[in-house]
Write a protein that binds this ligand. Sequence first.
Ligand code: SRM
Ligand code: SF4
Length: 548
Amino acid sequence: MTDTATTTPSLNKFEKFKAEKDGLAVKAEIEKFASLGWEAMDETDRDHRLKWVGVFFRPVTPGKFMMRLRMPNGILTSHQMRVLAEVVQRYGEDGYADITTRQNIQLRGIRIEDLPDIFNKFEAVGLTSVQSGMDNVRNITGDPVAGLDADELFDTRELVQQIQDMITNNGVGNSEFTNLPRKFNIAITGGRDNSVHAEINDLAFVPAFKEGNGELGVVSGEEEPAISSSSPTPYSLLPTPQRVFGFNVLVGGFFSAKRCDAAIPLNAWVPPSDVVAVCRAILEVFRDRGLRANRQKSRLMWLIDELGLDKFRSKVENRLGKSFISAAAKDEIDWEKRDHIGVYKQKQPGLNYVGFNVPVGRFFADDMFEIARLAEVYGSSEIRLTVEQNVIIPNIADTRLATFLTENLLERFTIEPNTLRRSLVSCTGAQFCNFALIETKNRALSMIKALESELTFTQTVRIHWTGCPNSCAQPQVADIGLMGTKVRKNGKTLEGVDIYMGGKVGADAHLGTCVTKGIPCEDLQPVLRQLLIENFGAHAKEELGVRS
Ligand code: SRM
Ligand code: SF4
């Protein structure tokens, strides 16, 4: 009897259609779909399997698809940005792009007949959208200032790329990992401020030094055979008394409508050279042992609950072919989280990175062309994205900085945004997402504009708007998280929010919790105003004699 058989007493509808035909199979059928058109296509291919190549049918805007890319570590080139701009440009008012909460880009307005051309364009510049939706590993996040930050402990860029290449077979697609029980998030951070929100990922690597104490790994002798035919090789003795750099491993963090949990320590420390293998081993255990009966109980944490952490750990060790070294006593996350907005010196003398605010992460073709141009003219053609849905252009020479800062684009995408706008994050919401209970992005912008007109601030306040309990905009990590809901008022059903507070990011990160339920959006402004005054040191402008 196989592992899978023992853990899958019944198949839900998603498991059934995956078993009938692997999602990745649609890759070979794109030309056919393009000539058939979206209305004539098989519905399961259209509504579900296309997500394996990053193409999302939008029931809210039928015929206008969304495309989700992969941007390892949130990094792309100006050429790639230009191609993405060209793709959305052809759709006029329907065509634009959103920076996502996983350092990624989604394109809007895509027509199915254009997919063959779009995929060709992507391939020509090394872009891929493969395995970016459904039961796959999502975009892998890394430090947005990796390789630039003088204080970083490890440059995450190469590792993130290696993990993506392993999972996606260098962006072509890898059927080894296209039938996971559910989505899977991986983050790796080498900085001191946890800029990737490690704690909310199914698998995260956080920097940690291990003292060389002669610890020797021993395989735990459990029933499941290791994948490798050779005997498990223990880690070699760590040299004593050297401090060795590596990562503590966290597992099981996730948000869902039913349950939200921060990741827990696996009690494992791994050197950078083992990170890819550890990702593979954990994914294999999740793939082969993960729970598939109920999609609300399929994320990694449910498997960890079912097995117990120790048993889960030893199953991973068996896949890995060696036992883990126990976690380092402490990790190196000891800074407040940075947002990277503004001008910052790089570790390379004479160079700077500049982070600018893209309100709620949305930009249009003209903006994208302009960002590509600025990256080429002033930087090294590189563009970076943050999980706060903003953009960084690195490698701007001191001598070019002043001119760069006079560029028109920075009037709209400013490096000095107002306090609330600076940290505003929003998910897609009702405009395109059929799960949404409320409209988010436009409402988020008008709400902070109204609040900024009546309040002054002494500190940043991170406000995250998410359109439903799926929590794509991570309201649980925010100072104030707003989660869409429906409320009854005067006999009518209205758009409303549940309010979350207490999310802490950076060092000692922990999740916020729901403090107030069911505020109608039309009544929200005075509620937020009061919260900002009472909890975040905001002052009413009239009290201070300030005219707006
Ligand atoms: Fe998400 C589903 C958008 C980050 C939890 N998410 C969706 C879908 C695909 C639903 C749909 O088909 O309409 C949304 C697409 C709407 C659209 O048209 O854009 C969607 N999720 C997003 C994005 C675009 C929000 C944003 O505006 O930035 C983010 C894309 C990230 C990426 O580049 O891959 C996004 N989603 C997240 C995050 C945050 C994160 O990863 O840090 C979460 C919570 C963390 C987590 O997953 O543990 C998240 N999304 C979900 C869930 C709940 C998962 C669960 O286990 O139940 C769903 C629903 C589902 O998978 O069944 C979902
Ligand atoms: Fe859609 Fe809900 Fe995610 Fe917002 S939180 S993008 S509304 S699934």
